[in-house]
Design a protein around this ligand. Structure first.
Ligand code: MG
Length: 369
């Protein structure tokens, strides 16, 4: 039995992870459940898994007796587990990934900010084979490479293009949060759904892929139906891909089971709509933030940290109705313009770069820091 620490158990990935564990009760068991502040859902989850350690990060939340609470909860939650599923949202998730790396615990990583901002701090964990991606694209690449004898040459990530991909360019700047959150193919949390509409999510995934598959060139292509989940080009002239319905439980289950054994959760929702599949180039006029974040990734050091911090501030402001959709790339560009590629070699460096970029972005938006 593999004991799973589910970090971020009440979010979209966390809830689906609990479902995957439930369906694989012969091989997976919940070791601990940690959430930010959704105490009601955590309490319901804890009733289903009475032996699990339960923790709430928010020190102000009102929690039932027996629950752990506060910033130190994650440390206690991972103690004694066999695998950490890190489904925390945003930059705050990096700390948990570094904790798993320090303790040499296998990490199923759904928190992409960990690799975008702290990739260099997780490179050893990746080299040791202890990091499994829980992102459909990277999970696909890992599956295509597993057991493949032919040398891979490059990887191509697919991007749905988000909710606004068919909106006239002239209306893009004024798109409302409601329009952006209506993702056509994937059901995900709010920030990643906005990041899908700007393609910042895809640029982050390119950065992630460079850490996960360091020897391979990475690019991305639009694929609105989200049926082909990425490609690997092989030296014998073939392209390998994984196709299937857009369902995050597939990569979650693959990461938790480690690609071995018969999966307990079987998903069959009928034949795929093959004739509908299309591919296209990423249009820089529609997705200006994509190229900005890709360039930050190429610069490295503090640049991707700043890109992520600025994007978190911008998305939060957009979802709260304080800025228009069209201003998101501007906020990221502003943060980068003043950051440069200062080297990053410790968590402290990353934290500093993150805080500076957040403060700059808030000041740029005229918000109080
Ligand atoms: Mg993805």
């Amino acid at each position: 039995m593999k004991r799973v620490a589910v970090l971020g158990s009440t979010g979209s990935i966390g809830r689906q992870a609990v479902e995957v564990i439930r369906a694989n009760s012969g091989s997976l068991v919940v070791h601990s459940l940690v959430c930010n502040r959704n105490v009601d859902l955590l309490a319901a989850q804890s009733r289903e898994f009475p032996g699990a350690v339960c923790g709430v990060l928010d020190p102000a939340a009102s929690v039932p007796a027996g629950f752990l609470q506060g910033a130190g909860v994650t440390e206690e939650a991972v103690e004694g587990c066999d695998i950490v599923l890190n489904a925390f949202t945003g930059f705050a998730g990096l700390r948990a990934s570094l904790l798993a790396a320090r303790l040499e615990i296998p990490l199923a990583l759904a928190n992409k900010e960990s690799l975008v901002t702290g990739g260099c701090l997780l490179a050893d964990h990746i080299r040791k084979g202890l990091l499994s991606p829980v992102d459909s694209e990277h999970s696909t690449i890992a599956r295509c490479l597993a057991g493949e004898a032919v040398r891979p040459l490059s990887v191509t990530l697919t991007a749905s293009g988000g909710a606004l991909r068919d909106l006239p360019l002239s209306s893009l700047a004024d798109a409302s949060p409601g329009m952006v959150l209506a993702h056509p193919t994937w059901s995900m949390g709010p920030r990643i759904t906005v990041d899908s509409a700007t393609l910042v999510n895809k640029a982050f995934e390119v950065i992630e892929a460079r850490w996960l598959f360091p020897d391979l060139p990475v690019d991305a292509v639009l694929h609105p139906q989200s049926i082909v989940h990425s490609f690997v080009r092989l030296a014998d002239g073939s392209w390998k891909a994984l196709t299937g319905s857009p369902d995050m439980r597939v990569p979650i289950q693959y990461a938790l089971l480690g690609g071995s054994g018969e999966p307990g959760l079987s998903m069959s929702d009928g034949p795929l709509d093959w004739p509908s599949l299309t591919f296209g180039r990423i249009d820089p006029a529609r997705y200006p933030a994509y190229s900005i974040v890709i360039a930050a990734g190429e610069l490295g050091g503090a640049a991707p940290v700043a890109a992520n911090a600025a994007d978190e501030v911008a998305v939060e402001a957009f979802l709260a109705g304080r800025i228009g959709f069209g201003r998101i790339p501007e906020v990221i560009e502003n943060a980068l313009g003043k950051t440069g590629a200062a080297p990053v070699s410790s968590y402290g460096d990353v934290l500093r770069a993150d805080e500076e970029a957040r403060a700059r972005s808030r000041a740029f938006l005229g918000e109080r820091c």
